[in-house]
Design a protein. Structure first.
Length: 314
């Protein structure tokens, strides 16, 4: 009898405990109080459709997100409960990965440069396994490096090398018997270097622009506003709005390379200022007393406040 009770107790605990899985966006119901990457993607979709009004997105499902969902549901004649389930996801044009076959995890969705989703990260992982994606880490952003990896794969498999992952490319990625893996690894293109050059050249155009607290345009930049504007113009990448949040999403490196971000602790503890590393100990930044300018990291002010460097994957 004790054995039976113990077994039932364990079983009850298993069913009562929340099961955490790596669900694709659209697979799990989202509601107020939740905090995960799916919430951020939901906010981005709602923002694109004009319902989420915040200037930045987060991973937290709070009252603003709920109201955006309710407004969307009302506009689409859905039950306006603020909960994002299968019906709301469908109206948002977000398909669950459980719908249909899943040859290459996200094989029913067309992916292309500029997109951000968990499916992009799965694509990168597949390309990495096959020897085409060369970055040490994968991300949810489809940038120039991902596109070049796709193009290389498509060329090796005699597909239209447009860098867009559609049904034919998904099929080739999911059919290991037909996939051609190069006997010699595909030489990575110089996309990282070219992206860094593009970033720096774009940033240098704004040297001399005045500093404005909260500024996000060429009429006046603050530190993070300058970085966000340059990244978006040069590479199509949207950075978080604050230096502290940019620091969180970057990948730490021992020493900065050209195009990496360098961070400093200035007016408060933790990362509060950042700039784009130009090489030779110099960086491009929007300083409160200088506006957009090139500064030296060996300067006594900056050298004492240097925190480290981070790479933003393109």
């Amino acid at each position: 009898m004790k054995k039976l009770v113990a077994t039932m107790t364990v079983a009850s605990a298993l069913f009562a405990s929340p099961i955490i899985s790596n669900a694709a966006f659209g697979d799990q119901t989202l509601k107020s109080g939740m905090k995960n990457n799916d919430v951020k993607q939901l906010q981005q979709v709602l923002k694109q459709k004009g319902y989420f009004k915040n200037s930045t997105t987060t991973t937290y499902f709070g009252s603003i997100t709920k109201q955006a969902v309710v407004n969307f549901q009302k506009a689409n004649r859905l039950s306006a409960d603020g909960i994002v389930g299968p019906t709301t996801f469908k109206a948002l044009n977000v398909a669950s990965s459980n719908q249909g076959s899943n040859t290459a995890t996200a094989g029913t969705k067309v992916l292309k440069q500029g997109m951000t989703s968990s499916d992009v990260q799965k694509l990168q992982q597949i390309l990495k396994q096959k020897g085409y994606f060369k970055n040490s880490t994968t991300t949810t952003y489809f940038g120039s490096i991902t596109k070049q990896a796709v193009v290389n794969f498509q060329k090796a498999n005699r597909l239209s090398a447009d860098g867009i992952v559609g049904p034919a490319t998904w099929k080739a990625l999911g059919n290991s018997s037909s996939v051609t893996t190069p006997s010699k690894p595909v030489q990575p293109s110089n996309t990282s270097t070219s992206s860094a050059s593009k970033l720096i050249n774009t940033g240098k155009k704004y040297i001399g622009v005045k500093y404005v607290w909260g500024g996000t345009t060429p009429s006046g930049f603050d530190c993070s506003g300058f970085l966000d504007y340059v990244y978006k113009e040069a590479l199509g990448i949207k950075l978080p709005r604050t230096v502290a949040d940019i620091y969180k999403v970057g990948v730490s490196v021992k020493s900065p390379s050209v195009g990496d971000l360098v961070f400093f602790e200035t007016y408060k503890p933790g990362p509060s200022h950042a700039g784009i590393y130009l090489g030779n100990g110099q960086f491009l930044q929007a300083g409160s007393s200088t506006g957009v300018t090139i500064s030296s990291m060996s300067n006594s002010y900056w050298s004492k406040r240097y925190l480290g460097a981070k790479k933003i994957n393109y």
